[in-house]
Design a protein around this ligand. Sequence first.
Ligand code: SF4
Ligand code: SF4
Length: 292
Amino acid sequence: MKIISVTGGKGGTGKTLVATNLAWLLSRKKKTMLVDIDVDNPCTYTFFNVHLTKTRSIVRFKPIIDKEKCTLCGKCTATCPTHALILIPKKNDILYIPSLCEGCALCYYVCPEQAILEGKDEIGYIYEGRKDNIYLIVGELKVGQRASIKVMLETLSHSMERAKEYQYEYVVIDTPPGTSSGIYRALSLSNKIILVTEPTTLGIHDLKRMLRLLKDLKDKEIIMVVNKYGIRGGAYEELSSFIKGCKLDNIVYIPYDAEIPKHYAKGKIIVKKYGDKLTKAFNEILRFAHDC
Ligand code: SF4
Ligand code: SF4
């Protein structure tokens, strides 16, 4: 099984465009799984017209306080790292603020009276669906929840189990923007990493942060994809001095074309329509991915 993460730091650079088109290209010949861990805003499935089925709920610990047993000793409130538990001595009560709770269960372990019981809070979901040769696994954070890292990690481990079980040859992981521990986990699982950026000052800035994250993952092969290359007003001098300095020699340029964003916004696989214009770029990405 070959695992390829598509990442890049900044949002809107074209990570999902690269991930969905690469998965589609691979799937024409190989059993391919596409995993979406952009759990705040998963959208890969819209490009494949897949009917998704919710296959799992993701839950985490939630404290339930047994007021009969609680002596208001304050150990749980003093230990809680996020101040989700507050002692209110005047009211002889403990206030629990769910939106601050991270489900670490420390309060459960420190309570000397066994007054904290194990409850469960639903924080997200995993969906699955198949279209032709592509199997999609999508993680989604429940609306109003904040625990995106846990949902990303659970989606990744679920995907790895599924990929082994169904013997998928390629797994393409579409990551969200940023450099969180959930993204680091995806990159550490991968054989190859595709870094997507755009020729703007912000894109280059966020890519530098991503390269710092990658310093510890020395065994990975990396390719940089510069999307929207040729867009008017791009920071081309900055980009070229960054490329010289970063010592990445595997670089692919996706040419800018005003029609591509329009087509992409409609949820279309662009290599199907713009194959000619994008053949060179996507052939290079495909060759990099295939040669694991
Ligand atoms: S589970 Fe952790 S974060 Fe939540 S209330 Fe208990 S100690 Fe605080
Ligand atoms: S640690 Fe247990 S007994 Fe002490 S205040 Fe918290 S719930 Fe009550």
